[in-house]
Design a protein around this ligand. Structure first.
Ligand code: GEK
Length: 242
């Protein structure tokens, strides 16, 4: 998907506003996330492979915080003739306006919902994707959402949770932060862009440790929990409802 290049933070700003998923961000989003998140395209592609294995006929596959629907499209590739509906949810109208232009390309029915993912009804879900979304919710609201998701899933369903993570060990935290910045620089972002984006995300994106995620998933009820992908401070977990 070729989209305009992200140059949002390329010029010096006197004040940095809180990062928001507005029209400016939506217009460059595929380029922004591809150049910012190590492993993004692998995670999205494997979401399709996992959906192929876990999506059950007559159920729903949720893409929570869908942005432009990358995970929805990855799942749709595998779900022809499966009698599944994809439910793509985001609270950014700017993202959904752009997604709606792409939906006619989908081979599987996609219900697009503009809502806070904490306020929707989740039911009959065999696949739930939280691809870099939980990190934007206030931490104290995350347990309740994970319980709602668990309760709305069918037995044998899968949750795929991808997040920026932090490390309890200060050395590893510093190392992985540096490596992530090196990754962004290798993708053409300047030190200024990296620094200004980092300020904009302060207190907006709140990463947690892998331990915290694993404990939350288990206390929500998931029986099998595993980290299936990690590159620096970005990871993806699977959690199965037995
Ligand atoms: C992808 N999954 O391309 N309710 C609904 N949506 C929300 C909420 C909320 N409370 N908070 C944030 N969002 C996508 C990438 S981006 C990740 C996901 C990133 C939405 C927000 O509007 C944005 O579209 C998305 O979550 C996060 O695989 O930019 O790092």
């Amino acid at each position: 998907m070729s989209t305009p290049r992200d140059t949002i933070y390329s010029t010096p700003r006197t004040a940095i506003d809180r990062f928001a998923f507005d029209d400016t961000v939506a217009s460059v989003f595929p380029d922004m996330i591809q150049r910012s998140v190590p492993g993004y395209s692998t995670i999205v592609a494997m979401t399709g492979v996992l959906a192929d294995r876990y999506a059950k006929p007559g159920t729903r596959c949720y893409d929570l915080g869908c942005s432009l629907g990358a995970s929805s499209f990855a799942m749709a590739q595998y779900l022809n003739d499966r009698d599944c509906r994809i439910v793509a949810v985001d609270n950014s109208q700017a993202m959904l306006t752009r997604l709606s232009e792409r939906l006619p390309d989908s081979t599987v029915p996609v219900d697009m919902v503009c809502a806070d993912i904490r306020n929707i009804d989740i039911r009959s879900a065999s696949v739930v994707v939280l691809n870099f979304t939980l990190q934007f919710l206030e931490p104290e609201t995350r347990n309740a959402l994970l319980r709602e998701i668990y309760n709305g899933m069918v037995k044998g369903g899968i949750l795929i949770l991808s997040e920026k993570i932090r490390f309890a060990d200060p050395h590893l935290q510093e190392l992985n932060t540096d490596l992530h910045h090196a990754f962004k620089k290798s993708n053409g972002y300047s030190d200024l862009e990296i620094a200004q984006k980092r300020s904009a995300l302060e207190n907006v994106l709140q990463p947690e440790t892998l331990d915290t995620h694993e404990q939350r998933l288990r206390s929500a009820g998931f029986s099998s929990v595993d980290v299936w992908f990690q590159c620096f401070n970005f990871a993806s977990l699977v959690a199965i409802k037995a």
